[in-house]
Design a protein around this ligand. Structure first.
Ligand code: ZN
Length: 338
């Protein structure tokens, strides 16, 4: 079976170890990470990165030059509304506000501005997207379609996030296979979803129908958890957060239990900030950054040895027959489980 791995990088301004934004605003982590870590992986293994640019990066000439200089990469978009007009707040301490907290009108305006600014800066209209803090709204996917996007990657299977007292994103039981998010009105005006590859290896054998029930019903969820075969941990295809052994174990399990006729599509994620010491909660020293690079190399080597090809998010979407994908309404993704 055809298999592909995307490596999608949230590309953001310089931040501190607690994720606070550094002022004055700078984006030195972007060039640093590419030069210290990523370029050699492109040269050695032919990795194809998807850089999802936050608004402030699009207005930093050096950072734009650095990402555009990476062979075979794709430039996509990543919304942190603090850095995008209207109502931008570039002096913010943190980029904590999810786009689901904006009015629909303001969210659409910010997405339109971000798209325009990235196109102006790079000469390429972005086609792939990830919401800042994965905080998409029920409207996001329709807006993305209108703006010419073909792929979203804001879904984090098995991850639960609470944005304020009311808004919960609970992705327990969502598979890591791509699906098609239709418009909020049920129309085909949506985008292909390529979730971040996150899963419980010991539950990947479970039929999708049962997982769907467990997704909506917590009693069923507790019951399904009793049928874990082996590893019951939630693993991410994400360096530092998961060890090399766990990332490879997860990929092996996903390859073994892939559901549906479409090509296996894996999606590793991390932030540009993780590739420079002290710019994220992850790598604090140059040695940490080197270890990060070695971990990436081990995973990429495994991919090549096991016939998993590298591709951007758009490449992966193009290889899928979007008409054959499972259709999901955005309301279902935004629903809280009972
Ligand atoms: Zn982000």
């Amino acid at each position: 079976m055809e298999a592909r791995v995307c490596v999608s990088v949230d590309t953001e301004c310089d931040k501190e170890a607690a994720w606070n934004v550094r002022h004055p605003l700078s984006c030195s982590n972007v060039r640093h990470g590419i030069e210290r870590v990523l370029r050699q992986t492109v040269d050695a293994w032919g990795v194809k990165y998807t850089f999802l640019l936050s608004g402030e990066v699009a207005s930093d000439g050096e950072a734009v030059e650095a990402v555009c200089g990476v062979d075979g990469c794709e430039i996509g978009a990543h919304l942190h509304g603090e850095f995008v007009e209207p109502d931008a707040d570039p002096q913010c301490c943190r980029t904590s506000r999810p786009q689901c907290s904006y009015s629909a009108h303001l969210e659409r305006e910010k997405l339109a501005t971000l798209t325009r600014e990235i196109e102006k800066a790079t000469g390429v209209r972005p086609r792939s997207f990830r919401a800042g803090r994965f905080g998409y709204s029920v409207h996001t996917f329709g807006f993305l379609h209108e703006l010419g996007y073909v792929v979203d990657s804001s879904i984090t299977p098995f991850w639960r996030q609470q944005f304020g007292p009311e808004v919960v994103r609970d992705h327990w039981g969502v598979g890591c296979e791509p699906f098609f998010i239709v418009g909020a009105d049920g129309s085909g005006r949506g985008v292909v979803e390529i979730p971040v590859t996150i899963g419980i290896p010991g539950l990947l054998w479970m039929p999708r129908r049962l997982m769907e029930i467990g997704r909506k019903n917590r009693t069923m969820r507790r019951l399904l958890k009793k049928f874990v075969r082996g590893d019951a941990r939630v693993l991410w295809l994400r360096p530092v957060r998961s060890s090399v052994k766990d990332m490879i174990g997860l990929m092996e399990a996903v390859l073994e239990w892939w559901k549906g006729p479409e090509p296996v599509t894996l999606n590793m994620m991390f932030h540009s900030n993780e590739l420079m010491p002290g710019m994220s909660p992850y790598c604090q020293t140059e040695e940490d950054v080197e270890q990060f690079g070695r971990d990436l190399g081990s995973v990429f080597e495994w991919c090549l040895a096991n016939g998993v090809k590298f591709g951007t998010l758009s490449d992966a979407a193009q290889a899928l027959n979007s008409g054959a994908l499972r259709k999901v309404r955005p309301q279902e993704l935004c629903q809280t489980s009972r």
